[in-house]
Design a protein around this ligand. Sequence first.
Ligand code: CA
Length: 364
Amino acid sequence: MKRRDFVKGAIAATAAVGFSGCTREMIEGKKSVHINRRKKVKLKLATSWPANFPIMGTGVDRFAEKVKAMSGGSLEIKIYPKNILVPALAVFDATSSGQIDAFHSGPYYWKGKNPAFALFSGLPLGMVASELSCWMNYGGGYDLWRELYGKYNLHPFVGGNTGVQMGGWFRKPIDSLEDLKGLKMRIPGLGGEVMARLGVNPILLPAGEIYTSLERGTIDATEWVGPALDIRMGFYKVARYYYTGWHEPGSILELTFNKARFDALSDEHKAVIEYAAEAMTTEMYHEFMDENAKALEKLKELNVQIRDFPPEIVEAAKKALQEVVKEQSAESADFERVFASMETYYRRIKPWTDISEAKYLSIR
Ligand code: CA
């Protein structure tokens, strides 16, 4: 073969390699062999929600689909609704011990293990969803959360946010602090402890018993989440007064893994989980906003009275919260540390929120 012919042939061959379908198949074939050769990883994740629970539950199902797609099928997370593998509130211990690999729930459920855990859900009258996200990522929130959960062999991610929750449903209007005295209200967490200092008797009730208790007058009021989920509970049928929020200004949901098992994952799978969790958080927050807006319209059509708590109640709640924080800080060094971190960040972010979003929202 003459040299020129050889060069021509080589160019033709290069072109064939570069552009023919055959070559594309070869390349893709190589890729798929690479993936197939790798061991498929399957993880079990239990939630604290019933099957098909709107937004919180369906969001986790979408997270698992995303993980599978993003990992090219090499990482599968099977989702188990509450009480299938373990009871709703046993998911923390089951993941810690390695019985299951991960869970989706809310950090305030575990305050009995460490009072500081309640703070990773957010603080009454504190930061909103976007500010909490900033605290987690840029203000040391994640470091503290992972350090404290690490003692339980757990590695948490933010796995959703409800946005501002409503203040709750009341059978009678609340016009003064006096009207709160002696009221029985279903309200858990730090919000409940603040309410107790305002004379309310906070009651803990399983989800399935709240409506009947409110209907029968066993309780006078209840909080739940916001219009989207509250309307499904039917509270508007038995309590006409729906108050705006203060006690859960942006509740964080968690996606938490058994730490040893998470650490053993490939860097690729870790990244897939991290960014699928980020996507889930954003999606859930936006889905809550959208569904709340639609449900609010319906509640207005149903003549629900939407009200704000009078300023004297808000002021009293702020004072009571300081007392609660002081007491809990005296009892738990972890609570004191996490609260101090949140408070420092709140003082940093608030001036900006005030002159940006808050300012704009007040004039539009
Ligand atoms: Ca709530």
